[in-house]
Design a binder for this molecule. Sequence first.
Ligand code: KG4
Ligand code: ZN
Length: 373
Amino acid sequence: MYNGVVFCRIVIFVGRDSDKKLTKTVRWRIILKMNKEIYILGIESSCDETAAAVVKNGREILSDVVLSQIDIHRLYGGVVPEIASRNHVEAVDKVVKKALKDAGVSLSDIDAVAVTYGAGLVGALLVGVSYAKGLAQSANKKLIAVNHIEGHICANYLTYDDLTPPYVCLLTSGGHTAVVNVVSYDEYDVVCSTVDDAVGEAFDKVARVLGLPYPGGPQIDALSQNGDPCFKFHSVVTSNGNFSYSGLKTAVINLLHNAEQRGEQINKADVAASFTVAAIDGLIDRLSREIDRNNAKTVAVAGGVGANSYLRRRLKEFENRGIRVCLPKLSLCGDNAAMIASRGYYMYLNDDFADLSLNACPTLKLRGEKPHR
Ligand code: KG4
Ligand code: ZN
């Protein structure tokens, strides 16, 4: 309490300075100097995982609860939005209570509630957002609205506690594919992105035509281990340096159909391995160009496809060029709430709070992302 009063006074004093950046920097320093521990409760419900976590000072995971609905949606070959929303409604309260219990804290110890408000399925997002608003209001806590993709990037801070911007991040999720320069904790420069399907989406669609269950990425990864990448596909990098995955998906479908029409047996493991090489090599080539262009010293990966074994191997090769390679723990590549809490911490330091007018934003873009012309 005493610290809080001192803290406020200093900020008000510094706040008279018109340089907002200085105010923020000083605020950060004051918090760090005061050695005040910040506990953020993260809540994530953008797709088919109901998750809650408590993270200390943006870096230390005290609890990380993820309740996956994959077994439910597998029956339908993909996520059914309405079913996802209903399951989030049933799970969210239990998951949050478990996260607090596992962390050994009570709601009164929490400094703010950070929740994913986009991008994702609107009904699924609304469950987390409504719950977080109710919780924050009733417990008199700050509310933080987190961009899911910015959360994925922060999974790296939970794996490497010394990692700080700037670095180049390869974003590879089920809905996004991009090369991003992480300029600071709050500034992202999107260098290039997909013009159609995301890489994770391509993995899921190709898995489906290969007769593999949802979600297809881990299935293709496992199948590829026994395959020879003997089929060659066009690069996924477009002439203007973005990505396109819909052509690759169609090429795999055509390959399978042609073989079927000729009555030829095709080795599915070879198809999976060939698709993986095409899907990932383009990302690596484009990332490599960006590393050279801005002379980057550190590279990181974010999103579900970051768990892919071939991608991780290819990224590790950058170490031969003296570049630091950050690969989040496998458990942090997919959707989780610890990454949302970590992102929430850096927004907390910036006084970047939401109010009760917060709504779900299913098509939310990454800051700095421009639409394709
Ligand atoms: O980031 P994420 O959990 O959800 C989104 O925010 O979209 O990414 C999910 C995507 C799915 O498309 C899934 O098939 C893919 O990540 N994925 C993988 C692997 N594990 C998950 N793709 C390739 N190899 C994997 N090992
Ligand atoms: Zn995600």
